[in-house]
Design a protein around this ligand. Structure first.
Ligand code: UDP
Ligand code: MG
Length: 304
């Protein structure tokens, strides 16, 4: 029996690129006739006519299915929705903007056939991004790798082929503040790398602002490690050991007080970040809601 491959495409205001995305995926599917294909487009609360275009594509091509989320939940949630609805024996995640070149996909499939469960793309070229974004990205990954035991690489993103085993595993992780890049590593399974050259967005602009990236970075750090909490302990210890001449006058006193105040506020902020996380997760809200869809979640089809 033919195996089925599902391509998940999260779409947020991508009306400029969707048709082009579909035609390059069509070319890919035609070049791989040994598989059945499903293209699952997740409309993540777009405010332009993305959904209309998706529906149009779905009407013209029976392989295209869609899930329309009730609002913009973010890419992480959209990808989870895609995994819940994917019927394939494996799933490939691509961005609508074609920054992940589909011509690498045949190689990913080959690796999958050789028994790898998670074939991830690692890019060799970072397209023009502003330097603060580049520097901050690099700093963040260094921090994350130092603080957690996971090997999250900056050049590795969501462009990957996941076997059904991995998809089922990821679907069981229903945390609200998702940091999927870390989750891929956390679930384990046999991994394999393929390299590709990341290209510029074909049209439109990045859907992530610096603020969103910062929030994602905070989520990434705090959902995979409690190391920042230890920082407060360490800082406290060091400061309490400081011994100095007691009579040094008013300015010194003020400086010391301000310094300690700053350290305390920082520690409080870190604790607050975790408390906020606990608060959000204990509400146990679903990660997304679906407005309409052309297909059903895999669970509804009597998954074991
Ligand atoms: N995306 C999404 N919801 C969002 C933001 C982005 O579904 O809230 C999708 C977007 O449509 C695209 C993918 O995630 O298919 C990657 O987004 P983008 O290209 O803007 O990110 P970048 O490449 O700049 O990291
Ligand atoms: Mg992009």
């Amino acid at each position: 029996m033919k195996k089925t491959i599902t391509i998940i495409v999260p779409c947020y205001n991508e009306h400029e690129v969707l048709r082009q995305c579909h035609s390059s995926l069509t070319a890919l599917m035609q070049s791989q006739p040994d598989y059945d294909w499903e293209v699952l487009m997740i409309n993540d609360g777009s405010t332009d006519d993305t959904l209309d275009i998706i529906k149009e594509l779905a009407a013209a091509d029976p392989r295209v299915q869609y899930v329309d989320l009730s609002r913009n939940f973010g890419k992480e949630a959209a990808m989870l929705a895609g995994m819940d609805y994917a019927k394939g024996d494996c799933v490939i995640e691509v961005d609508a903007d074609l920054q992940f070149p589909p011509d690498v996909i045949p190689l990913m499939i080959e690796r999958w056939q050789h028994g790898y469960a998670d074939v991830y793309g690692r890019y060799t070229y970072r397209p023009q991004e502003s330097w603060p974004r580049r520097v901050l990205t690099r700093m963040f990954y260094r921090l994350l790798r130092a603080a957690s035991q996971f090997d999250v690489m900056p050049e590795v993103g969501d462009f990957r082929l996941l076997d059904r085993k991995c998809v089922d595993a990821l679907c069981t992780l229903r945390e609200q503040q998702r940091y999927t890049k870390g989750l891929y590593d956390w679930i384990g399974f046999k991994k394999c790398e393929v390299t590709f050259e990341k290209t510029e967005r074909v049209a439109g602009t990045s859907k992530y602002s610096m603020r969103q990236l910062f929030a994602l970075a905070c989520d990434g750090l705090t959902s995979f490690t409690t190391a920042p909490l230890r920082l407060a302990i360490l800082g406290g210890l060091i400061i309490s050991l400081i011994y100095n001449d007691p009579a040094q006058g008013f300015p010194t006193l003020i400086v010391v007080m301000l310094f300690l105040g700053g350290v305390e506020l920082l520690a409080l902020g870190i604790i607050g970040e975790y408390v906020g996380k606990i608060f959000n997760e204990t509400k146990r809200r679903p990660v997304y809601f679906v407005n309409s869809s052309s297909t059903t979640p895999r669970d509804a089809n009597g998954k074991s």
